[in-house]
Design a protein around this ligand. Structure first.
Ligand code: TNX
Length: 595
C-alpha cells in the first residue's frame, strides 16, 4: 500500500482529535488512520496509550467549547470549486442552520428529489432531522428553499444574467437560504455550492458539533461548457458497480455532467450483450495482469445510469472499434480477419487487434451491440472509439467508420469517437474527442470545418492516468508528468489551434486503468486533478487564476479527509495542516442519514 494511503494523523497536543475510522474522540492523541493526513506538512506525534488526566480533559473541553461557541467565521462566499460566475458577498447576512430547519422545495418531483438529496447530505454530520416539504405549505422562517423558476431573470442586483439550463442563483441571508433555478439540474448545482460553503465537518458520516454557518450574499452561476466529463476505463481493470457509483459522487461534487465508460478493450469486454453472450462469458473473464475481470449485467449498467442521472450526470458508453477488440475476437473468432481465435490478452500494448472490416458479419455484430447498448442508454451519445486501429488503414478505416457512424445515427444517437475519426466523412452532429499532446492538428481542424464539434482531453493536461511526479506509485508518463498546475493551466476554448471556441462542446478527463487496480488508486489519480478539469469546464475564463485556485482547492482536502476519500497530497497545494473537524458529539443523536 503506498504511503499516501496509511498515514499518521497528527494533532497538536491538547487539541481534540476526531478519528474517523475508529469513530472515537481522543484528546491530544494521534491515531493511525487509513485516511490521508490533512497535509504534507503535518507533524506526526507519537502514539500514546496513556489516558489523559482530568485537568487535560477539562482544558480540552474548555478550548473546544470556546472554539465552538465563538461565532466561527464562515467560509468566504467565493471559496468554491469550480469558481462561480458571479459572487456578491454580504458580510452582514451570514446564516446559521438551525437544528429545526426545514427544507422547502417547489412542488415538482425533480425539485423535491434535489431537496431530499440536500437533506441526505446534511443529516449525517448535523444529526438534524431536516424534513423536506413542498412549497404549497407556507415557507417557514429559517428554511432552505429550493425554487424552480423558469421565467425569472435570475441575475442578482446589478448583474443580469441568463443562467440557462444548468445555472442557479444562491441567496444567503440572515432569515434563510434560497436556491433558484430553471431546472432541477440548476438546483442540484446550487446545492453542491451550498455544501462547499458549510464547514468541512459537514462531510462527516456521523454527527459532529459545529456552527453550521454560511456566508451571506448572492451567487449567480452557470457553466461555460455544456459537456463536462470524466472517463473511467473499466476494461483494462474491472471495477465493481459500487466503485463506479463513488466516482459518480466525485463528479457530482464538482458539477461535472458526463461519465464516459470505456466498456470494451483488448483485455476485457464489460457489458452484457444478449445477442452475443460470449462477449462477457468469455471476453469478460480477463483483465490486465491476469486478474478475474468481470462485467456489468444489463441491470448493473442500468443502476449506474440511473444513479448518475439522479445526480444530473449522463453516461456515455464506449464500444471501442475497430481496434482494441481482442476480447471480442477471443469470444467470437468469426470476427477476426483470419477467423482464428487469438489468445486472451492481459498485457498493456495497444494497436494489434481489429474486427474484420471486410466481413458483413462484423457489421451485424456492430449493429447488434450498439443497438443493445443504445437501448440501455437514455443519454444522446454513443462513443465508438476509433483510436489506435493501426492495422486498419486509409480508406478501409474511413469506410468502416462511416458505416458505423450511420449505424449510430440510425439508432437515434449522436456519434462520439476519438479524434482519429476525423478523416471520415462528416455526419450530422458528430463529436470528436481530441486527446493529442500538441495543439496543432490540421486533420482535426478540417473535420471541425466540416461540422464536427470537439470534446478536448489533451493527453498532457487532462489525462488522469499520467503520474503527478516521477515517484507517483501508479500511472503512465508517455504524455509527460501532470501535476495540479499542469492540469489546471490551459484553456479548452483555445487549446486546439484553428478550432473556434463555439466548436468546443467541453472538456473531459480520461482515466485509463492499466496500472489502476482499486478504488483508492482511482481516487489517488482523480483527486485533486479532477476539480482542476471541472473548473476549466465550468468557470468563466476570466476567473482563471492559479493562485486563487490553489487556495480554494486546498480547502477541499479536509472535506475529502472527513469523508474518507483518498487523495494525492500534491506539494504545490497549501493543504491546511490541522484538522478542521470539530469534536464528535458526546450525546448520540438520531442518525437520520440512512436513505
Ligand atoms: C492511449 S488515449 C489510449 C489508450 C491507453 C492510453 C494510456 C486513447 C484514445 N487510447 O488505449 O489506455 O493511451 O494512457
Amino acid at each position: 500500500m503506498p504511503a499516501e494511503r496509511r498515514t499518521l494523523d497528527a494533532t497538536p497536543a491538547g487539541e481534540p482529535h476526531f478519528c474517523h475510522n475508529r469513530r472515537e474522540y481522543t484528546p491530544g492523541v494521534a491515531a493511525v488512520s487509513t485516511i490521508p493526513s490533512p497535509g504534507p506538512t503535518a507533524v506526526p506525534t507519537p502514539l500514546s496509550a496513556e489516558e489523559p488526566d482530568a485537568a487535560t480533559l477539562a482544558r480540552t473541553a474548555e478550548q473546544t467549547a470556546s472554539t465552538l461557541l465563538a461565532p466561527a467565521a464562515p467560509h468566504r462566499l467565493a471559496d468554491v470549486v469550480p469558481a462561480p460566475q458571479h459572487v456578491q458577498p454580504d458580510p452582514t447576512a451570514d446564516w446559521a442552520l438551525p437544528a429545526d430547519a426545514v427544507i422547502v422545495a417547489s412542488a415538482d418531483p425533480a425539485a423535491l428529489a434535489v431537496a431530499e438529496q440536500l437533506a441526505q447530505l446534511l443529516r449525517p454530520a448535523t444529526g438534524y432531522p431536516l424534513p423536506v416539504t413542498d412549497a404549497t405549505r407556507p415557507e417557514p422562517a429559517g428554511a432552505i428553499a429550493l425554487v424552480l423558476d423558469g421565467s425569472a431573470d435570475l441575475g442578482a442586483e446589478g448583474y443580469s444574467a441568463d443562467l440557462g439550463a444548468e445555472g442557479y442563483r444562491l441567496d444567503i441571508a440572515t432569515d434563510g437560504v434560497r436556491v433558484t433555478a430553471a431546472t432541477a439540474a440548476g438546483l442540484f448545482y446550487g446545492v453542491q455550492t451550498l455544501r462547499q460553503l458549510l464547514p468541512a465537518g459537514i462531510e462527516s458520516p456521523s454527527p459532529v458539533t459545529a456552527r453550521w454557518a454560511l456566508p451571506g450574499g448572492t451567487i449567480t452561476d452557470a457553466p461555460r461548457f455544456s459537456y463536462r466529463g470524466a472517463m473511467l476505463d473499466v476494461a483494462r481493470h474491472f471495477f465493481a458497480v459500487e466503485d463506479v457509483l463513488r466516482v459518480v459522487d466525485h463528479l457530482a461534487r464538482y458539477k461535472l455532467n458526463h461519465l464516459h465508460l470505456h466498456l470494451t478493450d483488448d483485455q476485457g469486454w464489460r457489458i452484457a450483450v444478449d445477442s452475443w453472450p460470449k462477449l462477457t462469458t468469455v471476453g469478460g473473464t480477463t483483465e490486465v495482469g491476469g486478474g478475474p475481470g468481470g462485467h456489468y449485467t444489463k441491470a448493473d449498467y442500468a443502476r449506474i445510469v440511473s444513479y448518475a442521472a439522479a445526480r444530473h450526470i449522463t453516461v456515455v458508453p464506449e464500444i471501442d472499434l475497430p481496434g482494441h477488440t481482442n476480447s471480442a475476437l477471443v469470444a467470437y473468432p468469426e470476427l477476426a480477419p483470419d477467423k482464428t481465435a487469438p489468445p486472451p490478452y492481459t498485457g498493456t500494448e495497444v494497436g494489434f487487434s481489429y474486427v474484420d472490416p471486410a466481413d458483413e458479419r462484423t457489421y451485424d455484430f456492430v449493429a447488434d451491440v450498439l443497438g443493445e447498448v443504445a437501448a440501455l442508454t437514455p443519454g444522446p451519445w454513443l462513443h465508438i472509439g476509433g483510436d489506435e486501429a493501426f492495422k486498419v488503414k486509409g480508406e478501409v478505416y474511413t469506410g468502416f467508420v462511416e458505416r458505423v457512424q450511420r449505424i449510430v445515427a440510425d439508432l437515434g444517437k449522436t456519434v462520439v469517437g476519438w479524434h482519429q475519426l476525423a478523416p471520415a466523412a462528416h455526419l450530422d452532429g458528430r463529436v470528436l474527442q481530441w486527446w493529442g499532446t500538441n495543439g496543432e492538428d490540421p486533420t482535426t481542424v478540417d473535420a471541425v470545418r466540416r461540422g464536427a464539434r470537439l470534446i478536448v482531453s489533451p493527453g498532457n493536461h487532462a489525462y488522469l492516468d499520467m503520474k503527478y511526479a516521477p515517484d507517483t506509485p501508479i500511472g503512465h508518463d508517455w504524455a509527460g508528468l501532470i501535476d495540479v498546475r499542469k492540469a489546471y493551466d490551459w484553456d479548452p476554448g483555445t487549446h486546439v489551434a484553428g478550432v473556434p471556441a463555439e466548436a468546443v462542446l467541453g472538456v473531459e478527463a480520461p482515466l485509463w486503468t492499466e496500472s489502476v487496480t482499486s478504488l483508492a488508486d482511482i481516487e489517488l489519480l482523480l483527486l485533486p486533478r479532477l476539480p482542476a478539469i471541472a473548473e476549466l469546464g465550468w468557470s468563466p475564463r476570466a476567473s482563471h487564476d492559479w493562485a486563487g485556485f490553489r487556495d480554494r482547492l486546498a480547502a477541499q482536502g479536509p472535506r475529502w479527509t472527513t469523508a474518507g476519500i483518498t487523495f494525492h497530497h500534491a506539494p504545490e497545494i497549501p493543504w491546511p495542516t490541522a484538522p478542521t473537524i470539530p469534536t464528535q458529539r458526546t450525546t448520540p443523536q438520531p442518525d437520520t442519514a440512512k436513505p
